[in-house]
Design a protein around this ligand. Structure first.
Ligand SMILES: CC(C)(COP(=O)(O)OP(=O)(O)OC[C@H]1O[C@@H](n2cnc3c(N)ncnc32)[C@H](O)[C@@H]1OP(=O)(O)O)[C@@H](O)C(=O)NCCC(=O)NCCS
Length: 387
């Protein structure tokens, strides 16, 4: 590396030997611009457990001497990209969890990790690389956009709602029903497969043990979900993912800039700077959270149904004592009207999560141009595996 720097190497993460050092690295990684409140994750032993749920995944580490000084994770899957002919499907590589220890930053380690991950994407025939970050994270925005040529794609909103002890009374003219996995899969494929980033392996998500279920809401007296595939004139659907099962969050006041956040890069990277409250007493003990995904609604009065489903999920979280679920998170893009129907605290939410994308193949460049220049009319599907 010249200039008196020792040379670092980039290699694959080795679970057995690297785990203690990776956990230590995360402990030393300073994140976010906020001054005194820090969000910690309680690592539950397996740094790779998040990406493990994706069809293909990779974790790389940067090693300097005997010290691990950086990490990056990535996953690959097939998703819907609207303007991508012929099938509207594309292979997307997700860049996740990039971290470099503070005293070794600005030495090109972060860039090398990104570069090696992109090489892995390319060798696996990936069409687009994708990453998401909080828009005020200058280091990461500059690294990806200025240095690696990623372009701004969307800015969906992350909505966070705290879980209270009391239950919401759900309107008596609304029916809420749990779907079987097969039914949920078929409704998602039918109604959401044209949303941007819809994962082709939706069945894997629905079958994952972290997926708590899929529910639909409709007005009483309206036609039910018939076996012949009919749907009521107003209806809404969503699924719930129990993120607290793999990692817990905890707010703390740290004397030094010290933030642990391993398993929840996506969500915490973006939400963290939004935690501007001086004190949130409830959040100082480890807590879990639910992520609502696949929120869909149809019909002029379906906003009410979305709200009822959110209240239903809140009540479910409020009742599950052992899991200690303190917040409910969702991310919506495209259909901004949805925000009005999803209960959330503005204070805890993040209005603009920056999604960036880069074409890794030449043919992709035109599509990318369309993707980034056309108005975001089409809804986004936010995969709970990347939260
Ligand atoms: C983002 C991060 C991984 C960058 O790692 P790094 O090893 O310092 O990055 P590099 O040395 O390869 O920097 C590459 C380029 O990124 C940009 N960059 C990096 N840090 C920057 C900063 N603090 N401010 C502005 N630009 C920055 C510069 O363009 C830099 O090129 P240059 O040094 O030639 O000017 C590191 O700052 C980090 O771990 N941050 C905390 C975690 C985080 O925010 N992760 C990203 C979540 S998506």
């Amino acid at each position: 590396m010249g200039m008196g720097f020792k040379e670092f190497i980039i290699r694959s993460y080795e679970g057995q030997s690297d785990r203690p050092q990776v956990e230590d690295l995360e402990r030393r990684c300073e994140v976010g611009p906020a001054e005194s409140v820090f969000l910690f994750t309680d690592t539950m032993g397996d740094p790779i457990c998040r990406i493990r749920n994706s069809p293909m995944f990779m974790m790389l580490v940067a090693e300097l001497g005997n010290e691990l000084v950086g990490v990056i994770q990535g996953s690959i899957k097939v998703v819907t990209i609207h303007s991508c002919p012929p099938m509207g499907l594309a292979k997307v590589g997700y860049v996740l969890g990039l971290r470099v220890v503070p005293h070794h930053r600005r030495k090109g380690i972060g860039s090398s990790l990104v570069q090696r991950l992109e090489e892995w994407f390319i060798s696996n025939d990936v069409d687009y690389a994708y990453m998401a970050t909080e828009k005020d994270n200058h280091a990461s925005v500059s690294l990806f956009m200025d240095k690696f040529g990623y372009t701004k794609f969307r800015t969906p909103a992350i909505l966070v709602n705290p879980v209270n002890h009391h239950s919401f009374q759900i309107s008596s003219n609304i029916e809420i029903a749990r779907l079987k996995i097969e039914q949920a899969e078929s409704l998602y494929r039918r109604f959401m497969s044209s949303t941007e980033f819809f994962p082709n392996d939706i069945d894997n998500i629905l079958r994952n043990k972290l997926s708590l279920g899929t529910w639909v809401a409709y007005f009483k007296g309206d036609s039910d979900f018939g076996s012949n595939g009919q749907v009521p004139s107003n209806w809404a659907m969503l699924s719930v993912w129990n993120s607290g099962e793999i990692f817990k969050l905890r707010l703390g006041k740290a004397p030094f800039s010290c933030l642990l956040y391993t398993k929840s890069w996506g969500f915490i990277d973006k939400i963290f700077p939004c935690f501007k409250l001086p004190t949130l007493p409830d959040f100082f003990n480890p807590f879990g959270f639910y992520f609502m995904y696949g929120v869909y609604h149809e019909g002029p009065f379906s906003g009410k149904l979305v709200r009822a489903l959110c209240q239903f999920v809140h009540n479910m979280a409020s009742k599950s004592k052992d899991e200690n679920c303190k917040i409910i998170v969702t991310e919506v893009g495209g259909r901004h009207k949805l925000n009005n129907h999803i209960p959330h605290w503005k204070l805890l939410s993040c209005p603009e999560d920056l999604w960036c994308i880069k074409a890794l193949k030449n043919e992709g460049t035109n599509t990318l141009h369309e993707l980034t220049k056309t108005p975001p009319r089409i809804a986004l599907f936010v995969d709970p595996r990347e939260v």
